[in-house]
Write a protein that binds this ligand. Sequence first.
Ligand code: SAM
Length: 285
Amino acid sequence: MTLPEDWFTEIHEQAGCAFSLRVRERLHVEQTPFQKIEIYDTSDWGRLMVIDGYVMLSSRDNFLYHEMMSHPMLYCHPAPRRVAIIGGGDCGTLREVLRHAEIEQVTQVDIDERVTRLSEIHFPELCEANDDPRARLLFDDGIRWIANAPEAGLDLIIVDSTDPVGPGEGLFTESFYRDCLRALGEDGILVQQSESPIVDREILLGMREAMRAAGFANLHTLFFPQPVYPSGWWSATAARRAGGFEDFREHDVENKPFETRYYNAAIHRAAMATPAFFQRETGQG
Ligand code: SAM
């Protein structure tokens, strides 16, 4: 079968499925020292960023991912002040974190400066908080950066990474999680995008195992829709050394002084609910 040229298609060979978006034009293509970045203009989904053939984000639905990577765990932490984002070069997660007035500093560490520079051009709305004085944008390997981060200096680490291939591979390992644990304060939380619960089951379960082996006593995987990612159903896995994930600052969510498009208190509770099969496989309550 030949694929029509005016469609961008990401084939998930192992899962036996594919996802396509109709494109008008490829606006940019570039091989950086780390990865191949492509930007498309689509007919109905706005701009599309693709890295090494994998869809990263579209203008139309990235709010789901960026809100769910940031707000649930920011509201689970009793008093978050210092945040690190590993990856996240499109800056959408950074923008969401900076909506929280109590945050004092966010350090974003993406290995590839070109992702951020291209986002500034093609996704300017995601980069509108980049000049916030609380934002620190570093371009470095997140694995190395976290290994050298001061002990207990962070309240929340958000791993907004590519899939576990190429430069992102080391972000899914026990030794990386060990370094994250050391960099987190007592109430600290690690949250990482953990792929599709339906087509990337092995990756997700492997991540949870590695996090536990690294010393994180409590884990919780949350779920949300993401139309442009394989299967349309995505997850993030949170981990902390002590304390559970049952409580969140619900009153603060109800009274948050900024707007969200997806996240609210009901979505928080819904996203934290565990599907029956996942409960059986992991014991998550
Ligand atoms: N939401 C996207 C997804 O799940 O497909 C991820 C978006 S974000 C663009 C992913 C970023 O991770 C990329 O900009 C890439 O450069 C960055 N990245 C990959 N490996 C990294 C590493 N070892 N250290 C820091 N950033 C890394």
